[in-house]
Design a protein around this ligand. Structure first.
Ligand SMILES: *[C@@H]1O[C@H](CO)[C@@H](O)[C@H](O)[C@H]1NC(C)=O
Ligand SMILES: *[C@@H]1O[C@H](CO)[C@@H](O)[C@H](O)[C@H]1NC(C)=O
Ligand SMILES: *[C@@H]1O[C@H](CO)[C@@H](O)[C@H](O)[C@H]1NC(C)=O
Ligand SMILES: *[C@@H]1O[C@H](CO)[C@@H](O)[C@H](O)[C@H]1NC(C)=O
Length: 211
């Protein structure tokens, strides 16, 4: 749409979507495609693969280790979301909850403000919503997406929330150097023995996004 000298021009190919159902589908699809481009860009470039090789022979923490993550599905829209801690995962679960069953979402007065562990609807224990990681391959033809956050922002967010506010980072208090050293040791241990059941809360918040 362009506005020029009192006249309003509508571009010929402009598509105005009024139907909310269709609109949210289009927005979500556009969004998901952008996210996939982002994931492709950050996740699977040649440099990353080389980096992985390189990090095998150094002390760097390598990408692509499996750690517990949260997968939510909305079959009606054909989408599957992966919630990465400290990357808008709370908003993500609420959005996915709404898309999973709009009627139920409204009936239970749920809002996008609600926090993670609300058991009223879209419980973490509901395997039709929060699907187990091992069954992900049985859901074909779903558009998969994740919110990605700048890794430094994400680390600061983790540090302020888990370490500074919740005092959950060993006995480091708010000593960031201590936190970084302990996180490094913890992730190195996990790398040697990547058993998803044993990851700690700190591991899941501080692990590289590609994990
Ligand atoms: C959504 O929840 C309602 C109950 O509020 C239920 O009757 C309906 O079957 C659910 N829809 C889906 C697609 O699960
Ligand atoms: C939702 O809100 C309405 C109006 O405030 C209330 O009457 C109803 O009991 C609430 N439902 C639930 C499940 O909390
Ligand atoms: C959600 O949070 C905002 C900001 O704190 C608040 O203004 C709003 O009333 C909240 N909405 C609900 C439904 O709780
Ligand atoms: C996925 O979609 C393709 C093409 O639309 C179809 O041939 C295939 O049967 C679908 N697979 C599943 C598991 O639904």
């Amino acid at each position: 749409m362009m506005i020029g000298s009192d006249k309003l021009f509508l571009l010929q190919n402009l598509k105005i979507v009024r139907n909310t159902d269709e609109r949210s589908k289009i927005i979500l699809k556009a969004f998901a495609i952008n996210m996939m481009v982002l994931m492709y860009y950050y996740g699977f470039t040649e440099q990353t693969k080389q980096f992985r090789e390189l990090s095998r022979n150094t002390d760097l923490i390598p990408p692509y280790i499996n750690i517990r993550s949260d997968l939510f599905i909305a079959p009606k829209y054909g989408i599957l979301a992966c919630g990465i801690r400290k990357s808008m995962s709370q908003l993500l679960i609420n959005i996915m909850c709404l898309l999973h069953n709009e009627t139920e979402f409204q009936r239970q007065n749920r809002s996008l403000n609600d926090t993670w562990m609300s058991d009223r609807v879209c419980s973490h224990k509901d395997p039709h919503f929060h699907i187990p990681q091992k069954s992900v391959d049985s859901y074909q033809n779903l558009t998969r997406f994740a919110f990605i956050r700048d890794p430094f922002d994400r680390f600061i967010s983790f540090y302020l929330h888990i370490c500074k506010n919740d005092k959950g980072c060993w006995d480091c208090g708010d000593n960031m150097r201590c936190v970084v050293e302990k996180v490094y040791i913890s992730l190195k241990n996990y790398e040697r023995n990547p058993d998803e059941a044993t990851s700690s809360l700190v591991d899941r918040h501080a692990a590289p996004i590609s994990w």
